[in-house]
Design a protein around this ligand. Structure first.
Ligand code: HEC
Length: 164
């Protein structure tokens, strides 16, 4: 009995290892696709590399890692990308009071790829080491019932207070 159990364990471990390897390779590919999507849809405001533009759109590089790593922070990108963000914010010491429109035209896999680039590349320095990459399912959960842009700003304030 015991022998059989440990054999099963071995098989399960091998399977999850190969799943991890596949996920790892997929992650690199997703980040590349994510960069292309970012340049196509986001860089016009947030600028290439997410460095931001004063008065137009906040910097995203290095400024998102801590916020999304706070408790409840996994929801932040899915909610902003599917529900938008509006109202006065301060990002990197700059004030903004604009409107970030949602991107429901991008499908869940594209939004996941975009987030791999945003978090895994542009926010590698500030993201928690144990942050599991966002998946299409994280975005699917908010599609069709997006939070409002004003609610998302409240979440932003809460996450920043929690992350202090
Ligand atoms: C038309 C300009 C514009 C485009 C295009 C745009 N954004 Fe934004 N984005 C903004 C503005 C303006 C804000 C800040 C809203 C505010 O002042 O409340 C913002 C805020 C954000 C935030 C929150 C930043 C923070 O400090 O919490 C994220 C994340 C974000 N955008 C990601 C993206 C991504 C990803 C894309 C591309 C899919 C994108 N944006 C495209 C204008 C834009």
């Amino acid at each position: 009995m015991r022998k059989r159990g440990s054999k099963r364990c071995g098989i399960a471990a091998a399977l999850s290892l190969s799943a991890l390897l596949v996920a790892g390779a997929g992650g690199a590919q997703a980040a590349e696709e994510g960069e292309a999507l970012f340049n196509q849809h986001c860089a016009v405001c947030h600028q290439p590399g997410g460095v931001g533009a004063p008065g137009l759109a906040p910097a995203l590089a290095s400024l998102l890692g801590k916020r999304v790593s706070a408790p409840g922070g996994r929801e932040y990108l899915p909610r902003v990308l599917l529900g938008g963000l509006s109202g006065a914010i301060v990002a990197g010491g700059e004030k903004f009071n604009g409107m970030m429109l949602p991107f429901p035209q991008l499908h869940d896999e594209q939004l996941a790829a975009l987030s791999h680039y945003l978090l895994g590349t542009l926010n590698k320095d500030t993201l928690a080491a144990d942050f599991a990459p966002l998946t299409a399912a994280d975005f699917a959960a908010w599609r069709g019932k997006p939070a409002s842009s004003a609610e998302n700003r409240k979440l932003r304030t809460q996450l920043d207070a929690a992350g202090q």
